[in-house]
Structures are given as C-alpha cells and as structure tokens.
Design a protein around this ligand. Structure first.
Ligand code: NAI
Ligand SMILES: CCCCC/C=C\C=C\C(=O)C/C=C\C/C=C\CCCC(=O)O
Length: 261
C-alpha cells in the first residue's frame, strides 16, 4: 500500500509511539486523525504537526478509547473530515497493575473494539475498499515478566486476537490486512510509569529490577518504531505478521511453527 493521500486513524496518537507514527505518515503525505484521551497534549501535538506539514492534513479528536460511543464517533468524524479510511493503528495503551481492570479495558477490550470499528469502515464485507490495521502489542508478550502480569496478559491477548482476525480477514476476503507490532523498551512517557506506585501497585518494590532490565536491553527511539510500523502498513504481503523491534536485533519477525496434523 502506498501512503500518498491515504487516511490513517492513530489511537494514542498525541505522544510517544503514536505521535512518531503520525509524523512518519504525514511525512509520506497521508492524512492523520490523532485520537487521544489527553486534550492538552493532543492540541499541542496538532499545532506542531500543522506547522511542520501544513494545516488540513491532521486532526485531533479527544476520545477515551474505552468509551465505545466516543470511539465510534471518532471513526465517523475521521471519515467525514477526510472522506475515507485506509489505515487504523490501535496503539493507545497504559501500564497499570493497581487498576488492572482498566489495563485490560484500554489495552485489550478497546483494541478489539477499534479493530471491529476499523473493519466496519474498511472491509469489503461492509462494501468498503479495504485497508490495513496494525495492533500494538509489546515484547512483554514474549517474556514472562513476573512483575507485570496483567500488562503482559493484555499484550499476549493482542497477538492472539490479531492473528485470529488476520485469518478471518483472509478467509472472508475482507481486503484488510491485520498485523501486530511488538517493541521492546521505547523512550516515551509510559516508561516513567515504573516509578509510580499509582501505576505499579504492589509491584512498585521491583522498580529497581525494571530499571536493570531497561539498562540490560536498552531503549529504542519512537522513530525506530515508526520505521517498523511503515513496513507493516506498506508491505502488502504481510497479514497476521508479528513484528518485533529490539535494540539487539532491530526490526525482525516472530516465526511460528506450522501446526502438525
Ligand atoms: N514505551 C514502551 O516502552 C513500549 C510501549 N508499548 C506500547 O506502545 C503503545 C504506546 O505506548 P507509548 O507511546 O509508550 O505510551 P505513552 O504513554 O507515551 O502514550 C500513550 C498515549 O495514549 C494515550 N491514551 C492512554 N489511554 C488512553 C485512552 N483510554 N484513550 C485514548 N488515548 C489514551 C495517552 O494520552 C498517550 O498520548 C502502548 O500500547 C504500549 O503498551 C509497547 C512496547 C514498549
Ligand atoms: C517491564 C516493565 C515495563 C513497565 C511498563 C512500561 C513500559 C512498557 C514497556 C514494554 O511494553 C516493553 C516490555 C518488555 C520488553 C523489554 C525488553 C525485551 C527485549 C528483549 C531483547 O532485546 O531480546
């Protein structure tokens, strides 16, 4: 898929990985809807992106992805503004082991809602022209992090759901590809959550263990994640792909053994 004049919706698009992805899409002349909970950060982000890429290419929509009605409206507003939808990045995510129900709601339930809404706007099943969905997981899905059980569970769930839906899309001829991105540690405000008792709950006592892990594995820049994201979007041969990005190996793919009979 070429990015020129494509329309993308990015949840959690106002900062961190989502913002870097939005920038990369705008650089490639796509139109972008930044869908984010945080009004101040979202408006500031739009202002900067307008200065860099010109007004009219990017909109900010304040929305809690956990609010089904607001998320539905965000999709509709994007299509009303830009006329269509081609790319959906379900990226919004939190790290909260204390309010772990919220973590499941934002990281997994809302991503599932975002995927179904994306299909309503892009799938041939609904008479639309096709597109691509990228769901953001984490390298946490491949580790057994004893200090982050619910975050880890949601990121495992993202992979399972997305690969099953990728198969459904292929079998049902939706014209939509669904891929997964799994970054290791990235230099964004989310990383600071490991210092907060409000986020970590009883696991806060392991914050030094986390810091050692971060030191051991290194920290990626959001622009490196955006580079991987663009490959997942543009490579039309990729469906059900699980891309990993780490400091040691860079951009690479998880391989799955074929099931034996
Ligand atoms: N930073 C890291 O080390 C890694 C992050 N990830 C994943 O990447 C994704 C993005 O993370 P970062 O950019 O690091 O986080 P971040 O905290 O820097 O940015 C997340 C954005 O999502 C927004 N957001 C949070 N809850 C929301 C909600 N309910 N509705 C709408 N927007 C909401 C925030 O306002 C923020 O703008 C997340 O899914 C995260 O789990 C994956 C691997 C590593
Ligand atoms: C593990 C504590 C993280 C706390 C939450 C904040 C940020 C989230 C980060 C992630 O999602 C990434 C989590 C784990 C992966 C880290 C490194 C794996 C690298 C493996 C390798 O390089 O081979």
């Amino acid at each position: 898929m070429a990015l020129y004049r494509k329309v993308a919706l990015v949840t959690g698009g106002a900062q961190g990985i989502g913002r870097a992805v939005a920038e990369a899409l705008l650089k490639n002349e796509s139109k972008v809807a930044l869908v984010d909970l945080n009004t101040k950060v979202g408006e500031d982000c739009k202002k900067v992106l307008d200065q860099e890429f010109g007004e009219g290419n990017c909109i900010f929509i304040q929305c809690d992805v956990a609010d089904r009605g607001k998320l539905k409206d965000a999709f509709e507003t994007t299509v009303e503004k830009f006329g269509k939808l081609d790319i959906v990045i379900n990226n919004a995510g939190i790290n909260n082991e204390k309010n772990w129900e919220k973590t499941i709601e934002v990281n997994l339930t809302s991503l599932i809602k975002g995927t179904y809404l994306a299909l309503e706007h892009m799938s041939k099943e609904y008479g639309k022209d096709g597109g691509v969905i990228i769901n953001v997981s984490s390298m946490a899905a491949f580790l057994h992090s004893p200090h982050q059980p619910v975050y880890t569970a949601t990121k495992h769930g993202v992979i399972g759901f997305s690969r099953a839906m990728a198969d459904a899309a292929e079998e049902g001829d939706y014209g939509v590809r669904i891929n997964v991105l799994c970054p290791a540690f990235v230099d964004t405000p989310l990383l600071q959550s490991i210092e907060q008792e409000d986020n970590m709950g009883k696991f806060i006592k392991y914050k030094d263990v986390f810091k050692e892990k971060i030191h051991k594995y290194g920290v990626l820049q959001p622009s490196q994640i955006a580079e991987g994201m663009l490959k997942l979007i543009t490579d039309s041969g990729l469906n059900g792909a699980v891309m990993k990005i780490t400091c040691s190996k860079g951009i690479h793919f998880h391989t799955y053994e074929p099931l034996s009979a």
